[in-house]
Every structure is written in structure tokens, then in C-alpha cells.
Design a protein around this ligand. Sequence first.
Ligand SMILES: NC(=O)c1ccc[n+]([C@@H]2O[C@H](COP(=O)([O-])OP(=O)(O)OC[C@H]3O[C@@H](n4cnc5c(N)ncnc54)[C@H](O)[C@@H]3O)[C@@H](O)[C@H]2O)c1
Ligand SMILES: N[C@H](CO)Cc1c[nH]c[nH+]1
Ligand SMILES: [Zn+2]
Length: 435
Amino acid sequence: MISRIDLRGSTSDPRDLLPRAEFDVEDALEKVRPICEDVRHRGVAALIEITERFDGVRLASTRVPQQEITDALTTLDPKVRAALEETIRRVRIVHRAQRRTDHTTQVVPGGTVTERWVPMDRVGLYVPGGLAVYPSSVVMNVVPAQEAGVAGIAVTSPPQKDFAGKVHPAVLAACALLGVTEVYAVGGAQAVAMFAYGTEECAPVNLVTGPGNIYVAAAKRLLKGRIGIDAEAGPTEILVLADDTADAGEVAADLISQAEHDPMAASVLVTDSVALAEAVEAALVEQVARTKHRERVTTALGGRQSAVVLVDDLTQGLAVANAYAAEHLEIQTRDAAAVAARVRNAGAVFVGRYAPVSLGDYAAGSNHVLPTAGCACHSSGLSVQSFLRGIHVVDYSKQALAEVAAHVVTLADAEDLPGHGDAVRARFDWTVPNT
Ligand SMILES: NC(=O)c1ccc[n+]([C@@H]2O[C@H](COP(=O)([O-])OP(=O)(O)OC[C@H]3O[C@@H](n4cnc5c(N)ncnc54)[C@H](O)[C@@H]3O)[C@@H](O)[C@H]2O)c1
Ligand SMILES: N[C@H](CO)Cc1c[nH]c[nH+]1
Ligand SMILES: [Zn+2]
């Protein structure tokens, strides 16, 4: 069911030995390029055709009518509504604390640099909806954008064949709860292209955020530059670092919880305990047999991207976890908080047995839109910061400029850019000497 990799005694770079998917974002780029080009040139007509091909739905319009959004909230199961409201409350608390304040530094008397934090004007938020439905991802995208102060928020999600070709009502209801009124029924790479290039029905955006499958992640990589993106939040990953104190049944359940997202999801256990490895393997067999999404869980666990990895000790285990840079890293060891403090690379870290990834997926208050495929070594999860730009505002008096003018001229000359120096000298009747 799940393969084993034995790294005990290995001195090689763990990056060369760790499990990763056979088909990655780089491979998917060639598949999504023609889709994005088609949307760029033919707009809504292309979206309608591509949606019919990949989602089996013939759209009349890509924009979801306001009435449909309002109706979705009216018919939402009250228990789901209460759970969503609690998630929104917790996620808002955490993200409100991430707000930035402008800061002015006086460099010299009369010379200041202010860092102003300015929200994006208009953003496009992707909410996945191929194999599962993700009202929780509406919350994880929208709340940080709102807390950042973004004025123009558009959401898109794939139309559902089983729901009369409409966006899933729970996704629409989550939009309604958050006051989002601009929603599109488009998924996949074509949705990212719609946001990037704009169409007759959707104005282009400055930034696209949100999780999605490999095609969504590839389109974000392809169109980055034209639009800003958050991290590449592709097929889900979990790495559990565990010792002999971990509960095998709980570890197996956590590995399955993320494998059920996608046949391409990755579930990895890293442990220094052979007994735990064997117990988790046995628990997986038993639990997979009764899990609802058995087929895709089995594919995910059996794929090249998933494995049980044996290490000599926790120090090697941490080296492996840091090299892998998992989207989700669970620490199920003695003194888990101390081990967690040594983690350098992960999208989010979950400490001890009472912080399973599922908690973070829905209701910890943390964000579940996180970097995958090793991107956690250079990127962060979605946050208020993702929706802001820091702008330096430089304000110097004549005296303050005069004090540093000679240095500016010297450096300009050293770079053989004397026009730069002249721009300063001109302000002082050319009295500042060249160097
Ligand atoms: N990293 C994160 O933060 C995070 C969070 C939540 C979910 N996820 C991931 O999001 C993904 C959701 O995937 P999903 O498939 O359920 O929904 P999705 O919305 O990401 O993708 C569905 C869309 O993919 C397109 N598509 C399907 N097959 C295609 C093909 N062969 N070529 C081109 N396009 C195709 C379709 O147009 C469809 O609308 C999962 O991989 C899950 O693990 C990641
Ligand atoms: N585990 C996903 C992040 O990779 C988020 C999610 C949403 N719903 C359930 N899980
Ligand atoms: Zn999940």
C-alpha cells in the first residue's frame, strides 16, 4: 500500500532520496499553456468550451447571479452555517493580528523614509471544487483579503455537474456569509487565465490566490508576472515526524486525511521507530478499507510521492523534514514543542497529538492555503501580507539632501552613471563637485 524508504545510516543529501510525485507542476505547464492562451484570445467563448470539456457543464454565463448567492445562504444547513461562522471568527482573529501599520524612520534630521502598506486594488480568489467542495477555502482566501483592506474581491470555483452546473451551494453560502458578491463558475487553469487577462464578463485582477490541483498551480506559475500569486498551493502534502510515543492509529488517520484530497496528494511518515512504522502500515491497511474515498486515498498512498521513511534518530528526521519542506508538518514526538522549534521549512507545523492537520484545515484560526512541492523553503502560506504591498515614501529637505549629496555623486560616478549625480548637483547650482 505505502512504500518504505530506509535512510538509516545514509549520508547522502536527503533531497535526492525523498518521495516526490512523478508528474509535477513543471510537467503540467505544457498542458495549461494552450488553455491560458485560448482564454486570453477568445475570452468567455473559450471559457465556455473549456468548461464543457473539463467540467462537463455548458455555461450560459461565467458570472454567478446575485440571487443564487443569496439563495444559497437561505438554504444552508444551520449546522454548517454555525461551523462556518466559527471558522470565520477564528480565522479573522488570527489574520486581524497580521495587519501592518505604516512606519516612518527618521534617517537624519529632515530626512525620512516611510513604509506605507497598500492593499491590492483587485484580487481573484480561487476556490477548488473538482473532487471535493471547499467552502473552508472561501474563508481562508477572503478573510485575509478583507483584513488587508482589498476593495475588489472576486471569487471563482468550478461549476458542479451534480448541482445543475452551478457552483456548489456551500461555496456560494460561504461567499454570502462574508459579503462577497462577485463570483464566477469557472475552475482549473482557465479560471486563473480569466483573472489574469480579463474577459467580457470579468475585469482582470492584480493578484490570484488560492489552492487548487496541479493544473491550477501550473497556471499560477505560468501567469506569474502578469499577475501576482501567493504560493503555489497545489496537491496537498502531509509529513508526520514521529517517534515511539506516537499513536499509530492517529498517525494513520492523519496520513489518510490528506490523501483523500487528491490521487496526487502526498502522505509521508518519517520515524526512528521500526515498531511505529510497522504499526502505522498495519493501521493504514485497516483504515483505508473503511474510508469513504478509498480509491483516491489508495492511489495517493501507493504513489511515488508517499512513503514511510526510516531514520536513525530525530536529528536525522528533522533534516529529512527540513529538506522535504512539507505543506503540513506534524510533530508527534516526545517534547514536540521543542522539536517543532527546530523546524526551518514547512507551510505550517502542527505540534503534538491534539493538533492534527484537520484542525488547521478548518478551525484552528491558521490559514490552510499553504505552499506545496517543496515551495515552503521559500514561500509562506496565505496571509494578510499576501494582499499588501509595502511602498517606501522618501521625504528629504534641502539640507538633508545637501548633507549626503557628495556621497550620491561619488557612487553615481563609481557606477559610471554621472547623470544620476548631475540630478543632485542641479539642485545646488552644480556646486557639488564631481569625483
Ligand atoms: N495547498 C493547499 O493549500 C491546498 C488547500 C486545499 C486544497 N488543495 C488541493 O486542491 C486541489 C483541489 O483539486 P480538485 O481537482 O478537487 O479541484 P480544482 O478546483 O483544483 O480543479 C478542478 C478543475 O481542474 C480542471 N481539470 C481537471 N482535469 C483536467 C485536465 N486533465 N487538464 C486540465 N484541467 C483539468 C477542471 O477544469 C476543473 O474545474 C487538491 O489537489 C487539493 O489537495 C490544496
Ligand atoms: N488540507 C487542505 C490544505 O492543503 C485544506 C482543506 C480544506 N478542506 C479540507 N482540507
Ligand atoms: Zn485537508
